[in-house]
Design a protein around this ligand. Structure first.
Ligand SMILES: C[S@@+](CC[C@H](N)C(=O)[O-])C[C@H]1O[C@@H](n2cnc3c(N)ncnc32)[C@H](O)[C@@H]1O
Length: 257
């Protein structure tokens, strides 16, 4: 069982979403024409593949977790999107996987082995193709005063005390490759959510998954509720999220020589 196995039932519903405008803006910056083949690496329930599907011809998702593959299959069916799925770690993808115009990786790069994963990503992406490293998280904004006490609880209960894994330097990750950072897109969006949504979101993270919290769920949920309740009005919290894409493209030939 992988570390995401027990997060599956919470992931698609509660994890910070990618706004619709994010897909449109990234698609425009990538210059997508609707003819491209896209691969979503570390797809989980495939929010990226599904979001980008209207802008490309074909989508493929890759994830090692069987529950995530099943969640991606049902999310794609619900969205009416054809999604090819491969259950594998990116590092183990065979040559027969083919090549793609765009590879998207959302909130997953830090779980991959830098050297071996990079070699496969280089092989997967066609010449003149692009890699978009994406994420969506709570914005640092006065709209979210509940975020600090919420994160404090999440960190205290977390399986992983060392959060350096999440602060990646993408320039150095891609430095040995033919890609360099060419563009960035940020889209912020506001919406409302409930305390139960924040509890579900905590369970969608591998660091505070149901498997990690175990039989202490009542205490965990009570702490979250007590911390964020003062910020809710009639049970409703405001949230601003920030979705971000860093677009890596082929290095200029002159730079490579
Ligand atoms: C936090 S989820 C991200 C899901 C989705 N891409 C998103 O943006 O919300 C991370 C996913 O990466 C997958 N993963 C972990 N290690 C991986 C690897 N070596 N190769 C491919 N996927 C991996 C996990 O199974 C999990 O589904």
């Amino acid at each position: 069982m992988g570390r995401f196995a027990t997060t599956v039932q919470y992931y698609a519903r509660y994890r910070e979403p990618y706004p619709k405008a994010f897909f449109a803006q990234v698609a425009a910056r990538l210059g997508l024409t609707g003819e491209e083949e896209l691969i979503d690496v570390g797809c989980g329930p495939a929010p990226l593949a599904i979001g980008f599907a209207p802008f490309v011809a074909e989508c493929t998702g890759v994830d090692p977790e069987s529950g995530m593959i099943a969640a991606a299959r049902s999310a794609a069916r619900e969205a009416g999107i054809r999604l090819k799925l491969i259950q594998a770690r990116v590092e183990e993808l065979p040559e027969t996987t083919g090549t793609f115009d765009v590879a998207v990786i959302g909130r997953a790069l830090h779980w991959m082995q830098p050297g071996p994963a990079l070699r496969v990503v280089e092989r997967l992406v066609k010449k003149d193709g692009a890699v978009a490293i994406c994420g969506s998280s709570v914005a640092s904004s006065p709209v979210n005063p509940w975020a600090e006490p919420y994160d404090e609880i999440r960190r205290r209960w977390s399986l992983e005390k060392d959060e350096r894994r999440y602060r990646m330097n993408l320039d150095s990750w891609f430095a040995p490759s033919r890609f360099h950072l060419a563009d960035q897109v940020t889209v912020n969006e506001r919406h409302e959510l409930s305390i139960d949504d924040l509890i579900g979101r905590a369970y969608s993270r591998s660091t505070t998954s149901p498997a990690v919290i175990g039989d202490r769920r009542a205490a965990f949920e009570a702490e979250i509720t007590a911390a964020v309740k003062p910020f809710a009005q009639n049970g409703v919290l405001q949230e601003e999220i920030r979705a971000h894409a860093m677009i890596f493209r082929e290095k200029d030939l002159q730079v490579r020589l």
